[in-house]
Design a protein around this ligand. Structure first.
Ligand code: FBP
Ligand code: MG
Ligand code: MG
Length: 335
């Protein structure tokens, strides 16, 4: 046997996402497997979107659509493509009765009236980075429906508040593609093996360092930030923290999750509630960060405790990351 073969045989068979989901499901006596199936559907759509992202420069799916979405923001072709892929996977999967997407004003009824779950999703996060081959992502949040099974989903299914999420996750289409998710029992990360077409468990129990060397925000908005944000950022600079900002929330969040740090999207003069969407950006990333030992706040309030209004696409400021940095920010805000 050559040393290489020996090494290969000595390496344990990796745990695929499929096996991991099955194992987790068997830990819950009353689990029916529906949530597991939903996670598989999201992973499947993620693989398809990953393929589209990889060849975006070669295909005709880059560039602007010339349309604006419900947020009044310019849609990119990949925004639309990713939206179609995720909605289709969730529709075909059968477990989600409805989807709330950044790209659609109204709730999308999948027709699966007996589906017990609803999914809020940002199908393609970091739109401005699509055409320049910089990391982008997908963010999702899952609730058990509260409306009557057998009928259409209703607004209140999506407006249960962050603490009612049963699962949340994101996919990062980066130098490698990763799926990171939580069902409220810690955070697990899976790396996509392109040639095998499988996600493998690579980061079993992700914890964010309590402190960190990084702050991430769009400093171009400096003069539009509230005073407390500028004061906090000055303290970051005085302590020689490193500035890192990709401009794709998933990428910035993911880096800070591993290195430790804080991501800020504060209110600005023209966006007094910030830019990010509570239901499919703020809540899911807050759920994951709390499970990883970090914190997410909107300023004074903890993101997961924010009561949603009736606006499905409502925005909220987001300060998220290492617990000690977020606490420091809150202390400055309270002064
Ligand atoms: O360009 P800005 O103002 O810094 O905003 C960047 C933020 O906007 C977003 O692109 C918004 O997400 P979408 O691309 O899904 O609309 C975040 O990913 C990112 O953190
Ligand atoms: Mg987004
Ligand atoms: Mg988006």
């Amino acid at each position: 046997m050559t040393p290489t073969t020996e090494n290969a045989l000595a390496t344990p068979v990796g745990i695929t996402l499929e096996r991991y989901i099955k194992r987790k499901q068997s830990e819950f006596a009353y689990a029916t497997g529906e949530l597991s199936q939903l996670l598989r559907d999201l992973a499947l759509a993620g693989k398809i979107v990953n393929r589209e992202v990889n060849r975006a420069g070669l295909s005709r799916i880059t560039g602007a659509m010339g349309e604006k979405n419900v947020q009044g923001e310019h849609q990119q072709r990949l925004d639309v493509e990713a939206n179609i892929r995720f909605v289709r996977a969730l529709t075909n999967g059968g477990e989600a009765c409805a989807v709330l997407s950044e790209e659609d004003e109204h709730i999308i009824q999948t027709g699966n009236v007996f589906g017990k779950y609803v999914v809020a999703i940002d199908p393609l996060d970091g739109s401005s980075n699509i055409d320049v081959n910089v990391s982008i992502g997908t963010i999702f949040s899952i609730y058990r429906r509260v409306s009557r099974v057998g009928g259409p989903a209703r607004q209140e299914d999506f407006l249960q508040g962050g603490r009612a999420q049963v699962a949340a996750g994101y996919i990062l289409y980066g130098s490698s593609t990763m799926l990171v998710y939580t069902t409220g029992h810690g955070v697990a990360g899976f790396t996509y093996e392109n040639s095998l077409g499988e996600f493998f468990l690579s980061h079993p129990d992700i914890k964010i360092p309590r402190q960190g060397p990084v702050f991430s925000c769009n400093e171009g908005n400096w003069f539009d930030y509230p005073e407390f944000v500028r004061t906090f950022l000055m303290t970051c600079k005085e302590r020689r923290l490193t500035a890192r900002y990709v401009g794709s929330l998933v990428a910035d969040y993911h880096r800070n999750l591993f290195t430790g740090g804080i991501y800020l999207y504060p209110p600005t003069t023209d966006k007094p509630t910030g830019k990010l969407r509570l239901l499919y950006e703020g809540y899911p990333l807050a759920f994951i960060i709390e499970q990883a030992g970090g914190m997410a706040v909107t300023g004074a309030d903890v993101v997961l405790d924010v009561q949603p209004t009736t606006d499905l696409h409502q925005r909220a400021p987001l300060f998220v990351g290492s617990a000690e940095l977020v606490v420091e920010l809150q202390a400055v805000a309270a002064q």
